[in-house]
Write a protein that binds this ligand. Structure first.
Ligand SMILES: [Zn+2]
Length: 108
């Protein structure tokens, strides 16, 4: 498998609960709603383009926090297997996929 475009996107959606249908996790089927904090879920998505076997297909999987990190650790393990014989395994595995931490401390 050689994904052209695979994205993990963390979404924080805050909407009045009476106006939006529940967003459930596609893996464990539990609600992703966190009391007082809206919906907390990650999305695994891909839009396959020309040249790929799945040309024109679009995928989107909603993951609750537990299933997101379960999937992430599965991918991390796979990466570990793929790179275990590399001479310079220089990546921090505990931050696999992490592109940003909260910026609460920043001045606005
Ligand atoms: Zn789940």
């Amino acid at each position: 498998m050689s994904p052209l475009e695979v994205l993990f996107v963390k979404h924080i959606v805050v909407l009045p609960s009476e106006t939006v249908a529940d967003i459930t996790c596609d893996v464990c089927c539990q609600s992703t709603h966190v009391e007082g904090h809206g919906f907390q879920f990650g999305t695994l998505q891909a839009h396959w383009g020309y040249g790929s076997k799945h040309d024109g297909e679009r995928y989107e999987v909603h993951l609750c926090e537990a299933c997101f990190f379960g999937a992430l650790s599965g991918l991390r393990r796979e990466r570990m297997v793929n790179t275990m014989f590399d001479e310079n395994p220089d990546r921090a595995d505990d931050e696999f996929g992490l592109v940003q931490r909260s910026e609460f401390w920043k001045d606005n």
